[in-house]
Design a protein. Structure first.
Length: 178
């Protein structure tokens, strides 16, 4: 009986939260807000997180009905933490709206993308040049020097590729929210 009362209280809290989130449920944020340990979904809409809390509450109810006490304790804690996280997010929504305002353009993302694509092209050419030189070297010392240069250039190339991915994501995000 005690479990039934607690489940009813959790369901009531969840419904209050759902009503508070309703106006904001489908608004997107620039990035996911919650820890992946707390929520499995990695979306940018509060409505999706609310849906996951509902699913967690349903699993908790099943665990209570199945009398799995270890799982009940874990699921109850999870539901309470999820509800608390959503309540905190809702409370700070106004503060976060100012956070999502675009900051002044320091540099056009498309120019930055073109610049990094040029870096990538030049780094690939340098790696290819060093590799062709390596094939022609006869002494071990010269080969080792070129191998170190190739390794350094490949490290720079990897960092360049990561920067390219970040820039492309930033462009996608900007276009999605405009």
């Amino acid at each position: 009986m005690k479990s039934a009362n607690l489940l009813a209280q959790l369901a009531e809290k969840l419904e209050e939260l759902a009503q508070a989130i309703a106006p904001h449920a489908n608004k997107r944020t620039p990035k996911a807000r919650f820890d992946s340990q707390l929520f499995h979904c990695h979306t940018t809409r509060l409505g999706d997180y609310l849906l996951e809390v509902r699913q967690s509450l349903a699993l908790l109810t099943q665990s209570v009905n199945g009398q799995r006490t270890e799982r009940v304790a874990w699921m109850a804690e999870r539901v309470v933490l999820q509800i608390s996280a959503l309540q905190r997010e809702l409370a700070t929504l106004k503060l976060r709206s100012s956070e999502t305002q675009p900051e002044p353009e320091q540099e056009n993302l498309y120019e930055k993308l073109a610049k990094h694509q040029d870096y990538e092209r030049r780094l690939r050419a340098m790696v290819a040049d060093r590799e062709s030189q390596l094939a022609r070297q006869e002494t071990l010392a010269q080969q080792q020097t070129l191998q170190r240069e190739i390794a350094a250039l490949e490290g720079r190339l990897q960092r360049c590729l990561q920067a390219l991915k970040r820039i492309e994501r930033a462009i996608e995000n900007r276009e999605r929210y405009v």
